[in-house]
Design a protein around this ligand. Structure first.
Ligand code: 3HC
Length: 307
């Protein structure tokens, strides 16, 4: 029967093989944390250059960890983790026998949907699909897959820097099955992260609260009420935040913040989020236009040494 067929293709047992699409900062971090915690990892991207860049990010982070964990054998520690990570530009090979796909490619609904639609036909039936999107609707991405895969589809949202941030948001759509949710909770715990659960709503938990706070900080400086330095000092010493809002904006990227806010303006139109929270901010848009994107471009609200 249909019932029987569905139950036999639900995720079973542990996730052993993790496939990560996208070797940028987030994807590399997710692959690294999987490899550090007993998963066999395949990291996939469209070019060899992107994969090399991902491996560089991972090696740097691992040697940072090794300096504390095993200072006498930094290379040994690093290579013992790296050996759990394979890389490939071949998406079909990447999902062969995969138990869990985590997608961390560009924040484009079309590109994400195209990838998942393609993978739906290639991955085994039991494989769980997860997106690390921070600004798009998980349901709208999942709809690119067939009805059965949609039951095995969820959001799995990590935070930057992935190796250091303990949280993972698990986003359930109305289609996500309980078995899928439980398998994702289990793998999150195996990766030594703390899972929280949220419905598929703009920004989920963290960004829904964090992004309006960051935008409000820019409005405060734009009005000339305080300097970025004083706002950062205030929030670090007065509210105990590890980084004030302007350091965090530069860290997350001003383009990313602007992009999230812009995406939410469309959602405000349909009543999913309050309109005042996401009003455009000329100061933010000007910086983005000038290419002042934060740490990654060498300048945002602060200046950085270009490494
Ligand atoms: N790899 C490995 N370890 C790292 C690391 C990395 N890339 N970055 C930091 N760490 C580790 C350090 O080794 C250190 O470990 P220890 O406690 O065992 O010694 C620990 O993290 C703290 O690092 P530092 O001592 O160097 O510096 P800080 O104490 O200032 O911490 C920070 C750095 C963890 C980045 C901290 O400043 C922080 O929590 N900042 C806020 C970050 C944040 O809010 N991120 C979320 C952004 S929003 C997001 O990602 C959502 C997206 O969708 C937009």
């Amino acid at each position: 029967s249909v019932q029987r067929h569905l139950s036999t293709t639900q995720p079973r047992g542990k996730v052993e093989k993790l496939t990560v699409f996208g070797a940028g900062l987030m994807g590399a971090g997710i692959a690294q944390v999987g490899a550090q915690n007993g998963l066999k990892v395949v990291l996939s991207d469209v070019t060899d250059k992107a994969l090399e860049n991902g491996l560089t990010i991972i090696s740097k982070s691992l040697s940072r960890i090794a300096k504390k964990k095993s200072p006498d054998d930094i290379d040994g520690f690093t290579s013992s983790i790296l050996k759990n990570i394979e890389t490939t530009t071949d998406a079909v090979k990447a999902v062969e026998n995969s138990d869990l796909v985590v997608e961390a490619i560009i924040e484009s609904l079309k590109v994400k949907r195209d990838l998942f639609k393609f993978l739906d036909g290639k991955a085994k039936a039991e494989c769980i699909f997860a997106t690390n999107t921070s600004s798009l609707s998980v349901s709208e991405i999942a709809e690119s897959c067939g009805p059965e895969r949609q039951q095995r589809f969820a959001g799995l949202h990590f935070f930057n820097p992935v190796p250091a941030m303990k949280l993972v948001e698990i986003i359930k759509t109305p289609q996500t099955s309980q078995a899928t949710y439980e398998a994702l909770r289990e793998v999150t715990l195996q990766m030594k992260k703390a899972p929280v659960t949220c419905n598929d709503t703009p920004g989920f938990i963290v960004n829904r609260l964090l992004v309006p706070y960051l935008l409000e900080a820019i409005r405060m400086v734009e009005r000339g009420d305080a300097t970025p330095e004083d706002v950062d000092t205030a929030m670090e010493l007065g509210a105990g935040y590890p980084m004030g809002p302007f350091k965090l904006l530069d860290f997350v990227g001003l383009d990313t913040t602007s992009y999230i806010s812009q995406g939410w303006r469309d959602k405000a139109a349909s009543g999913q989020i309050s309109e005042e929270l996401v009003q455009p901010i000329p100061m933010l848009e000007k910086l983005v236009k000038e290419g002042k994107l934060g740490r990654k471009s060498g300048q945002g609200f602060y200046e950085y040494d270009k490494k």
